[in-house]
Design a protein around this ligand. Structure first.
Ligand code: IDP
Ligand code: MG
Length: 138
């Protein structure tokens, strides 16, 4: 069994889409094992997006992710990381495949509604930023 960290980003929160997006993932057989609503502070956002520190969009991205409360979730299933990335679609909603979450809900390349871990190693690291081990259920 594999776990992935999913964030419902501010653009989706503002449009009341958290339940719809998590529901889609559950509908695909992924098991919700942790859930939390929080307003990320800048240090947490900077740690979460540390790999993008040198990118031109980094500062905007951090400002955006801390602009409203978000929902963080851990979903579990076989091959969960890859399956969730597929269900979310490409980073840019305009390039995302039909039927993906970002195609259906994303607004633009930054405001693309969701984050999902891109490897099992990163899933473990990212999950640790948002949840204690005893907040994740079997
Ligand atoms: P991912 O979310 O599909 O893994 P990453 O390349 O890891 O995409 O980028 C992290 C986040 O940074 C994206 O989800 C998006 O919100 C934002 N982002 C990525 N590329 C751009 C860009 O070219 N312009 C503005 N924001 C971007
Ligand atoms: Mg990424």
């Amino acid at each position: 069994m594999e776990r992935s960290l999913v964030l419902i980003k501010p653009d989706a929160m503002e449009r009341g889409l958290a339940g719809a997006i998590i529901g889609r993932l559950q509908g695909e057989g992924l098991n919700l094992v942790a859930l939390r609503m929080l307003h990320m502070d800048r240090p947490l956002a900077e740690r979460h997006y540390a790999v993008h520190r040198e990118k031109p969009f980094y500062k905007d991205l951090v400002d955006y992710i801390i602009s409203t409360p978000i929902v963080a979730a851990v979903l579990e299933g076989e091959n969960a990381v890859e399956r969730i990335r597929e269900l979310m679609g490409a980073t840019d909603p305009a390039r995302a495949a039909a039927g993906t979450i970002r195609k259906d809900f994303g607004l633009d390349v930054q405001r693309n509604s969701t984050h999902a871990s891109d490897s099992p190693e990163n899933a473990e690291k990212e999950t640790g930023l948002f949840f204690k081990e005893n907040e994740i259920f079997d």
